[in-house]
Design a protein around this ligand. Structure first.
Ligand code: IPM
Ligand code: MG
Length: 371
C-alpha cells in the first residue's frame, strides 16, 4: 500500500516521540513492502514562532492532501502562563480538527500485565480493563462563542450541540460497541445541562437501531469516580468534548502512564492520529519521553487502512518492550531507557523474527538491540 502521511511534530516532546513512531512505520514498510511518504509541516508554538500562525495555510493544505496525519503534541509554557496571549498554540490543533471535520476522537484504554503491579491503583481493580472512549471533538464548549467583557470582570464560554453533531458520533460509538462487548455508556451531566439532556434524548433514540447493545448512562462526576473504582464495567464510553478530554487523562492512570494512550480522530476528511498526552515541556530534548503513545497511534493509523497484521506487529512489539522493561522513566523508574532506545528496540523487534535474543548491554549503549 502507498500512503501519503502528513507529519506534524509540534511542540515540546512532540518531535522526539514522532520520530520514533516514524521509525516504527518505516520498519513496517520494509517488512510488508509498503510505501509511506512523509511530508512534515509546522503546527503549534513552533509555527507561531516561524509564521505568526499556529496553523499556517500550508500545513492545512498538506494535511488535506494526505491520506493520514501523524500529530505530535502542542503547547508551550510561555503561553500557558500568559492568559493574555491572543494567539495560542492550541488554536492550531482545534482549527485543524474543525477544518478537517474530525468529530470523533477514539481513545482506547487497555492494561498491560507486566505494568499492573506498578500501578497506583490496586491490581484486582484494574486487571482486565479494556474500554474505549468516543469523545466528540469538534463542538461543545471548546468551539462555542467566547467572550471577555470590556471591564474584564466576566467571561463566557458557550456550550452548544446540535442533534446532527450528536447523532454522527453516537452511530460510530454504537457500531464500535456492537463489534465489542455490546455495552455503551453515555457520560453527561443531564441533571444540570440542557445540552446533556439533548444528548440523552438522541442517544436513547439511536439505541433503537442497535438492539443488541446495552445502553446505560452516568453523570460525569459519578463516571470520574467509577473509572477508578471499577473500570472493568466499561466497554464503550460516549461523551462530549470536554468531559472526554478530562476522563481520558484520568483513565490513563489505569494503563500506568499517560505516555501509553493513543488516539485516532476521524470524521469527514483525512484522519489524524495522535498521542493523548501533551507537549511535556519539562522533558523536551532530554530523550526521556515515552514514545509508546505515538507508536500506538501509528498502529491505529494502520488499522484505519485495514492493515491489521501490521498494526498487530506494532502492538506486539510494544507489549514486548514493556515486558522486558525496555521503557522510559515514566513506567521504569529504576533502570530506564531513552526515547530513542525504545524506538530502536521496537524497530528491531518488528524487523527480526520472534526467536530473537535481546542484548540488554547493547540497548544500554544505544546500539542494535538484537543479537
Ligand atoms: C487533548 C489535548 C487538547 C484538548 C489540547 C492540547 C487543546 O488536551 O487532545 O486531549 O484539550 O483537546
Ligand atoms: Mg487532553
Amino acid at each position: 500500500m502507498k500512503l501519503k502521511i502528513a507529519v506534524l511534530p509540534g511542540d515540546g516532546i512532540g518531535p522526539e516521540v514522532t520520530q520514533q513512531a516514524i521509525k516504527v512505520l518505516n520498519a513496517i514498510a520494509e517488512k510488508y513492502n509498503h510505501t509511506f511518504e512523509y511530508k512534515k509541516a509546522a503546527v503549534g508554538a513552533i509555527a507561531i514562532d516561524e509564521t505568526g500562525d499556529p496553523l499556517p495555510d500550508e500545513t492545512l493544505q498538506i494535511c488535506a492532501d494526505s491520506d493520514a496525519i501523524l500529530f505530535g503534541a502542542i503547547g508551550d509554557p510561555k503561553y500557558d502562563n500568559n492568559p493574555n496571549a491572543k494567539i495560542r498554540p492550541e488554536q492550531g490543533l482545534l482549527k485543524l480538527r474543525k477544518s478537517l471535520g474530525l468529530y470523533a476522537n477514539i481513545r482506547p484504554l487497555t492494561t498491560y500485565d507486566s505494568l499492573i503491579h506498578k500501578s497506583n491503583l490496586k491490581e484486582e481493580v484494574i486487571k482486565g480493563t479494556d474500554f474505549v472512549i468516543y469523545r466528540e471533538l469538534t463542538s461543545g464548549i471548546y468551539f462555542g462563542d467566547k467572550q471577555l467583557s470590556n471591564d474584564e470582570k466576566s467571561a463566557v464560554d458557550e456550550c452548544k450541540y446540535t442533534t446532527e453533531e450528536i447523532d454522527r458520533i453516537a452511530h460510530l460509538a454504537f457500531k464500535a460497541a456492537k463489534a465489542r462487548r455490546k455495552k455503551l455508556t453515555l457520560v453527561d451531566k443531564a441533571n444540570v445541562l440542557e445540552t446533556s439532556r439533548l444528548w440523552r434524548r438522541r442517544v436513547q433514540e439511536i439505541s433503537k437501531s442497535y438492539p443488541n447493545v446495552k445502553l446505560d448512562f452516568l453523570f460525569v462526576d459519578n463516571a470520574a469516580m467509577q473509572i477508578i473504582l471499577n473500570p472493568t464495567q466499561f466497554d464503550v464510553i460516549l461523551t462530549e468534548n470536554m468531559f472526554g478530554d478530562i476522563l481520558s487523562d484520568e483513565a490513563s492512570v489505569i494503563s500506568g502512564s499517560i505516555g501509553l494512550l493513543a488516539s485516532a480522530s476521524i470524521g469527514k476528511h483525512t484522519a489524524l492520529f495522535e498521542p493523548i498526552h501533551g507537549s511535556y515541556p519539562q522533558a523536551k530534548g532530554k530523550n526521556i519521553a515515552n514514545p509508546l503513545a505515538s507508536v500506538l497511534s501509528v498502529a491505529m493509523l494502520l488499522d484505519h487502512f485495514e492493515l491489521y497484521e501490521e498494526a498487530e506487529d506494532i502492538r506486539l512489539a510494544v507489549e514486548k518492550s514493556i515486558e522486558l522493561n525496555i521503557s522510559t522513566p515514566d513506567i521504569n523508574s529504576t533502570n530506564h531507557f531513552s526515547t530513542t532506545n525504545v524506538g530502536n528496540f521496537l524497530r528491531d523487534f518488528i524487523l527480526d523474527d520472534e526467536n530473537t535474543f535481546y542484548n540488554k548491554n547493547n540497548i544500554d549503549l544505544g546500539q542494535s538491540t538484537i543479537i
